[in-house]
Design a protein around this ligand. Structure first.
Ligand code: 4NP
Length: 160
């Protein structure tokens, strides 16, 4: 399963989602079943490590994001990935506009569609806010990542 996490800058939400999903997949022993990456709609932060506040909050829960580097989404991503998971509706709309083939629109989803029980559709942008926003991002990324693993388990049980 090839999954690309997408947010605006690729320095807060999507690298957190990438790091959390990588960790849960590793804990489950399913690394060979997944290819996980993240990217941003903007190129502004390309080449940068995740925001210091995201890194600190993640590290407190045991997720090391320090090796990740931001990049912008590009058209080849729509071919390379099975799922491109947007952190909010703006990001999803941006992906829908960029998508070069109508057949690939089905690959585009909100990340939190994998955690519907939480009642939120979007992972709120923490960039201009305080510490609590980064904790919420982590809570939501853990919920979404668990949902993705649950989907993977269902698919395996169905022999897909
Ligand atoms: P992210 O947060 O989309 O979660 O990485 C942001 C990072 C940078 C900016 C906006 C959001 N920015 O405008 O530079």
């Amino acid at each position: 399963m090839r999954i690309l996490m997408v947010c605006l800058g690729n320095i807060c939400r999507s690298p957190t989602a990438e790091g959390v999903l990588r960790a849960l997949v590793r804990q489950a022993g399913h690394e060979s079943h997944f290819f996980i990456d993240s990217a941003g709609m903007l190129a502004t932060h390309a080449g940068q490590a995740p925001d210091r506040r995201s890194q600190q909050a993640a590290l407190q829960r045991g997720y090391d994001l320090s090796s990740l580097r931001a990049r912008q989404v590009n058209v080849t991503d729509f071919q390379r990935f099975d799922w491109l998971l947007a952190m909010d509706h703006d990001n999803l709309a941006g992906l829908q506009r960029l998508c070069p083939d109508p057949a690939w629109q089905d690959k585009l989803r909100l990340f939190l569609s994998f955690a519907p029980q939480g009642g939120l559709e979007e992972v709120p942008d923490p960039y201009y806010g305080g510490v609590a926003g980064f904790e919420q991002v982590l809570d939501l990324c853990e919920a979404g990542a668990r949902g993705i693993l649950a989907m993977h388990a269902r698919q395996q049980a169905e022999g897909k």
